[in-house]
Design a protein around this ligand. Structure first.
Ligand code: HEM
Length: 153
């Protein structure tokens, strides 16, 4: 349980912390200081480096989370409400990420390759909204999973 839990939390920190940094720190500075060709190329490169970490984090979060639920807690019906909420909200976050990766991010990459900045700008705007939602959901799930567990038994 100890190893599963720390791997689980480590993967959560990498995913949610990375989104928080990208959304709250890098995005406003890049938006105010860089012209579209440089800004869109920067983001395409940043996502190319960050998304493999997100795929790895998701695999670890799912494997360790489901292992803890089934091997330690005895299934979802025997687990607390906070664990069930974590699972369903976590699945929503994972679906949002998969959509970002396979739809707008793919469009952004193609647009950058073709120097099509208006199309790239639209794709980046979609990614911004979806990453904003996922950052909020991630923080909410962390609240539910840590402090919230004492309120939601
Ligand atoms: C989607 C599948 C997931 C499953 C099945 C799952 C399951 C679990 C389980 C069983 C625990 C141990 C709870 C305990 O010790 O009482 C746990 C802990 C934790 N989970 Fe998840 N989880 C999932 C996703 C997530 C996501 C997406 C996040 C955050 C974005 C998250 C954040 C945490 C945190 C911070 C803890 C540590 C809580 C603590 O010990 O204080 N989990 N998870």
């Amino acid at each position: 349980m100890g190893v599963a839990l720390f791997l689980h939390v480590l993967a959560v920190v990498i995913w949610v912390g990375g989104m928080f940094f990208a959304y709250m720190c890098l995005r406003p500075v890049a938006a105010s200081q860089l012209e579209p060709p440089v800004r869109l190329t920067l983001w395409s490169g940043v996502f190319a480096r960050f998304f493999p970490w997100v795929f790895a984090s998701i695999a670890i979060i799912l494997a360790t989370g489901l292992w803890m639920v089934y091997a330690v807690f005895g299934g979802f019906s025997a687990s607390g409400l906070y664990i069930n909420l974590m699972f369903w909200l976590g699945l929503v976050m994972m679906l949002i990420f998969l959509h970002v990766n396979f739809a707008p991010y793919r469009r952004l990459r193609r647009a950058v390759e073709q120097a099509d900045w208006p199309t790239g700008g639209k794709a980046l705007a979609q990614i911004r909204v979806l990453v904003g939602i996922n950052t909020l959901l991630g923080l909410l799930v962390i609240i539910i999973a840590s402090g919230g567990r004492y309120l939601l038994q």
